[in-house]
Design a binder for this molecule. Structure first.
Ligand code: AMP
Length: 243
């Protein structure tokens, strides 16, 4: 793409004139992917596609796919690529994805990433995936996860390190003793980190090698992280006008 055209595309992406296309958010547990997905949905009016949510929906509805996936999910293992890919293919047929979509939790394996590129590439007019990884240091992630407390009555979420209640371990709103989620322990967090790193490292390398990968600092305020993600997408799009 010529420089002038690239600049124009960046401006257009920033000003919502053109579709942002498919955006993959990557990041370890606790980096704030869900929060950022909501920011991007609000900015661009495009849907978030979470394969975890889709699989839970199929499981709860008892569809043939859900029945197959249930046992695997219950063990915390990965559902086979073919099943997940097919489910994503169905979801991408829906019209709300025409301008773009935010992928959350997919692709999680190299096989899924290659399938997705082929699937999208089958339409010569479609924009390819750009991947943005949200980076948060280990210590900060650990604090976010192990410091998290919730009021069991009103659902208010606190963090004893980053956003503590006025009185230790008590809800500011109703005085109820706060509770800690059973999987918010350091041990479980370390296991989730190991799983993330082993599964996702090849996906990161795949998009990096294609020049469709960027990292943003996730330790900044939410608005700033969102601004950086949007700028990264615009920058990457300037080099990915076509396949
Ligand atoms: P999540 O909510 O993203 O943590 O996903 C919950 C569970 O759904 C995972 O533990 C996997 O069993 C399954 N799952 C979600 N996304 C995928 C994927 N892209 N590939 C395989 N399994 C997945």
């Amino acid at each position: 793409m010529a420089m002038a055209a690239a600049d124009t595309h960046v401006e257009k992406v920033n000003s919502r004139e053109v579709s942002p296309g498919p955006i993959l958010l990557l990041g370890a547990p606790g980096v704030g992917k869900g929060t950022q997905a909501k920011e991007l949905m609000a900015k661009w009016g495009i849907p978030q596609i979470s394969t975890g949510d889709l699989l839970r929906y199929h499981r709860d509805q008892g569809t043939p796919l859900g029945v197959q996936a249930k046992a695997v999910m219950d063990q915390g293992k990965l559902v086979p690529d073919d099943l997940v890919n097919q489910m994503v293919a169905e979801r991408l047929k829906q019209r709300d994805t025409a301008e773009g979509y935010i992928l959350d939790g997919f692709p999680r394996t190299l096989g899924q990433a290659k399938w997705l590129d082929r699937h999208i590439g089958a339409d010569p007019t479609a924009l390819p995936v750009v991947a943005v990884s949200i980076q948060v240091g280990y210590t900060q992630l650990l604090r976010r996860i192990t410091g998290r407390r919730t009021c069991p009555v009103c659902g208010t979420i606190y963090n004893i390190y980053l956003q503590p209640p006025k009185v230790d371990e008590k809800c500011d709103l109703d005085g109820t003793s706060l509770v800690r989620r059973s999987d918010d322990t350091e041990e479980v967090f370390q296991e989730r980190m190991r799983t993330y790193e082993s599964q996702t490292a090849p996906v990161v390398e795949h998009y990096r090698a294609l020049g469709r990968f960027a990292e943003v600092d996730g330790e900044q305020p939410v608005d700033q992280v969102a601004a950086d993600v949007i700028a990264a997408v615009a920058r990457l799009r300037s080099g990915t006008g076509g396949h």
